[in-house]
Design a binder for this molecule. Structure first.
Ligand code: ADP
Length: 263
């Protein structure tokens, strides 16, 4: 079993826990084990990157941890609440309140202004849209002046900052980010990563970010490495060079395993 428990730089308790989580797609001969017996604990107030080769289970890990997908076995807790039991409706409500999402392609609605996009999760959860908090969170990401713009009137980096504002509006305990800088130029990527870091330091959130980019991963407090659906390592205070080096060896390790398994 792979098990990693993180220290708490400035956090205030456990924000996410996976206990022996496995996810198998399909059945019989064609079954694919996307995650195998993954256990981990991540504290609030930390920024964790998840890395691994394509197909290593990063998206599946994020989906299961965020309650968007149900593990085949094992349990997931967000903020002490078990996500792997209870009705779909309850889970959806919990997700809207405690979990934020940031995606590679921003996922903003094109016909809504920045401010309307930011307020959308509140409207979806049946709460009163609160313009003042929407403005405040847009200020926080440096877009106070652009609240009335449509996504098409904003750059990629600005659109991603709107998406981050949207994810932060409900002050979720955990924010899951799936390749949030994958579609951005270097400068916008740096701005977005700085915002995520600030969110962790100032607001004590847990951020879990899947990325392919060692430079992006180096902004995190720690990096988890996945290979073949298993947690195979972690690095504290990563540097881009050290992460890139580790990724190279992960590739070798996976290839070696496959050769052994096939021999
Ligand atoms: P990553 O995000 O690291 O690229 P994924 O979590 O997408 O990895 O995939 C892990 C493994 O699970 C891969 O072998 C992939 O082909 C398989 N997989 C992912 N989603 C499905 C699905 N819906 N049905 C069948 N297999 C899947």
């Amino acid at each position: 079993m792979s098990r990693f428990t993180h220290p708490t730089p400035g956090g205030d308790g456990e924000a996410l826990r996976l206990d022996s989580v496995s996810r198998v797609y399909g059945s019989g001969e064609g079954a694919v084990t996307a995650l195998r017996d993954v256990s981990l604990t991540l504290q609030a107030g930390t920024f964790t990157a998840v890395m691994g080769p394509s197909g290593s289970g990063k998206s599946t890990l994020l989906q299961c941890a965020a309650g968007l997908d149900r593990p085949s076995s094992g349990r997931v807790f967000v903020d002490g609440v078990e996500m792997t039991k209870g009705s779909e409706a309850k889970l959806t409500r919990f997700r809207r309140e405690r979990i934020g999402f940031v995606f590679q392609h921003f996922n903003l609605l094109p016909m809504l202004t920045a401010e309307q996009n930011v307020m959308l999760p509140l409207r979806l959860s049946g709460r009163k849209p609160d313009r003042r908090s929407a403005r405040a969170v847009l200020e926080r990401v440096g877009l106070g002046e652009r609240a009335g713009r449509l996504p098409s009137e904003l750059s990629g980096g600005q659109q991603q900052r709107v998406a981050i504002a949207r994810a932060l509006l409900t002050e979720p305990r955990v924010v899951f980010a799936d390749e949030p800088t994958g579609a951005l130029d270097t400068r916008s990527a740096r701005e977005v990563l700085a915002l995520l870091q600030e969110s962790v330091r100032v607001h004590g959130q847990l951020i879990v970010m899947v990325t392919h980019d060692p430079v992006a991963a180096a902004h995190a407090d720690s990096v988890l490495f996945l290979a073949d659906g298993e947690l195979v390592g972690r690095m504290e205070r990563p540097t881009a060079e050290a992460v890139a080096e580790r990724m190279t060896h992960l590739g070798d390790e996976v290839a070696r395993r496959h050769v052994t398994a096939g021999a």
